[in-house]
Design a protein around this ligand. Structure first.
Ligand code: NAP
Length: 419
């Protein structure tokens, strides 16, 4: 009996031992799990803190970006090319109230400038840029390439259309943008030719309204050097290409020459030669029946084109422009300066700045309306002349052009693309 009792006590002890061991194991593993969990808390807090700091920083940066920046109140005189460059410093400024930042004696209302510019910037954020870059251009097929000139014209100016159907991603663009062209072949150093930018002459719907072409208006550059005629590399390449040829295209680029959304806007266009390219796109968007059906933009403002060409035979897209004049006499005005056939009041060549002076009063009445935008495209050389004409025209209205122009620029109403 004693033996049985001792044995049973030993077994009981062993069982108790086992139970204690298991319980200990359980408690230990639970403690490990809890400790593991607790160890993550600092990590979670650190991650949370990092996220909060990041978003706070972004919020501060955003708030700062929204704050109007101080504009350098540089004196901009109107008569020389270099001074025109000075103005572009203001170009990238954040929206700011013109009346608060710049001194002006001009009785022109620009109170809504800040709002307008914000709207323009927001709209421009959606404008496509650089879908194709020089390293990976799109090889577009030439659809058409024909002369725009009449008999007796000077030089060579062609209208060239490229098919964009096969571009992937699709090379879309809006009116007022440019594309780059990379001419085939190599330069004198055996390197591929650099790209040249050309203003797009078609609307986003293309000349055939199918929405998959882009057109350019190109004049072959020619000049004399040491008694020899030199042909421009890219312009000659473009004027010579044939339907079916493949051309390397980049872009689109540019937000400087975009049209406003406002259907009541007034659009003043000052173009010399092929500088008419973006204007052609604007005018098609405004007045071309099928295009209007596509774009649903019911233009109700006034469009005024000042066009400079050397001879009547050099006038570009003339039939279309005459048709728009007939169809929209209240909305479209067309003033030509044919330099080698007409004379200005001083007996010199008639340039668009002379026409601007002739129409000073009417033009400045339009400019006083804050819905008026002015677009300049073509020869860089016309800028000082236009500035001089605007100065005189402004004076006749008791206005100061050197004060007014930077304000128009800041308000996103003065658009320049000259080469
Ligand atoms: P163009 O036929 O040589 O000249 C156009 C007219 O401008 C002519 O009547 C010319 O008069 C006159 N002109 C000359 N100097 C002037 C001045 N200082 N002020 C006002 N008018 C003046 O023009 P183009 O060769 O087609 O040149 C257009 C320019 O636009 C080129 O420089 C081109 O690079 C540039 N551009 C082209 C595009 C495009 O996409 N194709 C876009 C933007 C700019 P006279 O010759 O009788 O003196």
């Amino acid at each position: 009996n004693v033996t049985i009792f001792v044995k049973s006590q030993q077994i009981k002890l062993q069982i108790d031992n086992l139970i204690y061991k298991e319980a200990y194991k359980m408690v230990y593993s639970q403690a490990k799990v809890i400790a593991g969990g607790l160890a993550h808390i600092p990590i979670v807090i650190a991650v949370f803190y990092f996220i909060m700091t990041f978003f706070n920083k972004r919020a501060i940066e955003y708030a700062n970006a929204k704050k109007p920046k101080k504009v350098e109140n540089k004196e901009i005189k109107a008569k020389s090319g270099s001074e025109i460059k000075t103005e572009t410093k203001v170009e990238d400024e954040k929206p700011s109230s013109v009346s608060a930042e710049t001194k002006t004696e001009v009785p022109i209302k620009l109170e809504n400038t800040t709002i307008d510019k914000k709207i323009i910037k927001k709209k421009n954020a959606d404008v496509p840029v650089n879908i194709y870059r020089p390293k990976t251009p799109y090889a577009g097929t030439v659809k058409e390439n024909y002369s725009l000139l009449k008999e007796g014209a000077i030089g060579r100016v062609n209208h060239i259309t490229f098919d964009l159907k096969e571009s992937d991603p699709f090379l879309n663009y809006v009116e007022g943008q440019s594309i780059g062209i990379m001419p085939a072949g190599e330069d004198a150093n055996g390197k591929p030719h650099k790209l040249r930018l050309y203003s797009i002459a078609s609307t986003r719907h293309g000349d055939d309204f199918e929405g998959n072409t882009v057109s350019l208006c190109v004049r072959q550059l020619q000049y004399e050097k040491d008694g020899e005629t030199i042909n421009g590399v890219c312009s000659t390449y473009l004027c010579d290409i044939k339907p079916g040829d493949k051309v390397k295209i980049t872009g689109p680029v540019g937000k400087e020459m975009l049209l406003p959304d406002d259907e009541d806007a007034n659009i003043v266009m000052l173009a010399t030669g092929t500088g008419i390219a973006p204007m052609r796109a604007y005018l098609r968007r405004m007045f071309e029946a099928t295009e209007k059906g596509k774009n649903k933009w019911n233009f109700k403002g006034k469009a005024w084109l000042f066009m400079g060409a050397p001879k009547s035979a050099n006038l570009l897209y003339e039939e279309d422009l005459q048709r728009y004049l007939t169809d929209y006499p209240d909305n479209f005005k067309y003033t030509k300066a044919i330099s080698r056939e007409q004379q200005n009041t001083k007996g010199g060549r008639m340039y668009i700045q002379d026409r601007v002076l002739e129409s000073a009063n009417e033009l400045f009445n339009m400019i006083e309306d804050e819905k008026t935008h002015i677009y300049l495209c073509g020869l860089k050389g016309m800028e000082p002349g236009i500035d001089e004409a605007m100065t005189k025209a402004a004076e006749e209205k008791g206005l100061n052009w050197s004060d007014l122009r930077p304000q128009l620029k800041k308000a996103g109403r003065w658009h320049v693309e000259t080469y």
